[in-house]
Design a protein around this ligand. Structure first.
Ligand code: CMP
Length: 465
């Protein structure tokens, strides 16, 4: 307001002098021409006060209230230039009685000369104006230009000043920003950032992804509005490389957040006894059983799990040992379909770790028949009866299963034919559970299946009697 007060005071003083001289002028003291000049001064100061007041109201009050940030200098300068030109022209034409048309013609010629001399400066000026009109970026937004990035501090009629993360200032000529590609990170919006890290091949992706997501969620500056994501970027020579995607508002903190993420991840891995990968070459000579998986993944005790499974209760110790020893372990990612309805299947699965959902789909929607926990089994219906798979079985979380193949069951049934009855009872129970989700035609098939199940099992395994 000080800026407005001074010209206003000058204007009042000039008006007082003007009127005082006007009174003397009647006695021929001051000529009319000088009086006109004085009046022009009065209006000139008044005009300056008026333009400054308008600038203050428009930019410091209205603009600030609407946008919550300071108006760019360039806008103020442009507004003032136009307003002062109008005030000046009015004073010249109405007070000093100048022929403004002639002046405009002269100024056009002058403009060409000035324009040629100030080509670069004017280029920057108009580039700055274009950036404002297009609203390419605003004060407080962050911009990235090539390798350089920072927060926009001010946009003047010639340059844009950007503050970097190390608190130095980059001053870009406006014409450069208008011409080249810039990346803008709005200060009031979320933007995605990526950070890469590596983990050992011996860790399951789910373990790594869950740990990294937890670390990201705990970081203060990472937004919780959009959940962070972690995905595999590549299988590198000595490690699996992951990419963590997270969302932030404050671009100026990205470098710090990435550093903090790496630090916290190290601690999280260390707490869980997980080694960080480093370039290494292991030369191992080993006879590997197909389907065996890396040692570092914690192995469930399948022998113990088999002890708790009802259909295997009557087996001897050595038969149970053989079941575990002769079959392979498989690992599935969350959401993977382990068994698909309608497919042929000659194996059953014992869940060593994780959960699975038995589901049947119809008309694009699916119904959950059962959720199977660790220690449960599935796939026995096809294995025992030779029928196609009766439902989809999907891993709800990372799941590890022992896949028992037909030859193992065949060996058991050859030794102990009464097992067929135990198997048929269990399958009948599960068929009953499926009935609810079947249409009338399928229900009839299920009933027929139930009736002849024992015979089918005996047939399928070539058991006489
Ligand atoms: P299978 O038909 O080979 O493949 C799908 C599997 O889903 C099936 O074997 C069973 O193991 C399982 N399943 C089907 N119905 C049920 C049920 N009602 N309860 C639990 N598991 C089931």
């Amino acid at each position: 307001m000080k800026k407005t007060a001074w010209p206003a005071v000058f204007s009042i003083v000039c008006f007082c002098v003007y009127f005082a001289l006007g009174a003397w002028g009647r006695h021929g003291f001051v000529s009319e021409e000088y009086m006109n000049y004085l009046l022009a001064f009065c209006y000139g100061f008044l005009g300056i006060a008026f333009v400054r007041l308008c600038t203050h109201l428009i930019f410091d009050v209205m603009y600030f209230r609407r946008t919550g940030r300071e108006a760019p200098d360039l806008l103020r300068i442009m507004f003032s230039l136009v307003a002062y030109s109008i005030v000046g022209t009015i004073i010249l034409a109405s007070v000093l009685k100048y022929n403004v048309t002639g002046l405009l013609a002269t100024s056009a010629a002058l403009s060409v000369v000035i324009g040629l001399a100030l080509q670069d400066t004017l280029g920057n000026f108009f580039a700055g104006a274009a950036l404002h009109i297009e609203r390419s970026f605003k004060i407080k937004d962050s911009i990235k230009f090539g390798e350089r990035a920072g927060e926009v501090e001010s946009v003047s009629w010639r340059t844009t000043t950007v503050r970097t993360t190390d608190n130095s200032f980059l001053i870009f000529p406006n014409s450069l920003l208008a011409r080249d590609l810039i990346e803008v990170f709005p200060y009031d919006g979320l933007h995605q950032h990526k950070v890469e890290f590596s983990a050992s091949y011996s860790l399951s992706p789910r373990t790594v992804m869950d740990t990294a997501k937890k670390v990201l969620r705990d970081l203060e500056d990472v937004s919780c509005e959009v959940q962070p994501e972690v995905r595999i970027a590549r299988f590198a020579e000595s490690s699996v490389d992951y990419q963590a995607l997270f969302w932030m508002k404050n671009y100026m903190k990205v470098v710090d957040v990435k550093a903090l993420f790496r630090e916290r991840l190290w601690y999280a891995f260390y707490r869980d006894g997980i080694d960080m990968p480093f370039p290494a070459r292991h030369v191992l000579f080993e006879r590997v059983k197909p389907g065996r998986r890396p040692q570092a993944i914690c192995m469930p005790d399948y022998r113990c799990i088999i002890d708790g499974i009802d259909i295997f209760q009557s087996l001897t110790r050595s038969e149970k040992d053989a079941l575990v020893a002769r079959n392979n372990v498989r690992i599935y990612a969350p959401g993977e379909c382990m068994v698909r309805r309608g497919e042929d299947g000659e194996s059953m699965f014992v869940i060593g770790r994780g959960k699975a959902e038995v589901r049947v789909s119809a008309n694009g929607t699916h119904s959950t028949v059962a959720v199977l926990e660790t220690g449960s089994y599935f796939g026995e219906m096809s294995l025992f009866s030779g029928e196609p798979r009766s439902a989809d079985v999907v891993a709800l979380e990372e799941a590890e299963v022992l896949e028992i193949q037909k030859p193992s069951i065949q060996a058991l049934l050859d030794e102990n034919k009464s097992l067929a009855e135990t198997f048929s009872k269990k399958v009948t129970e599960r068929l009953a559970g499926l009935e609810r989700y079947a249409d009338s035609e399928e229900q009839e098939t299920i009933l027929v299946e139930e009736k002849h199940l024992l015979d089918r099992i005996k047939n399928f395994f070539n058991l006489s009697g």
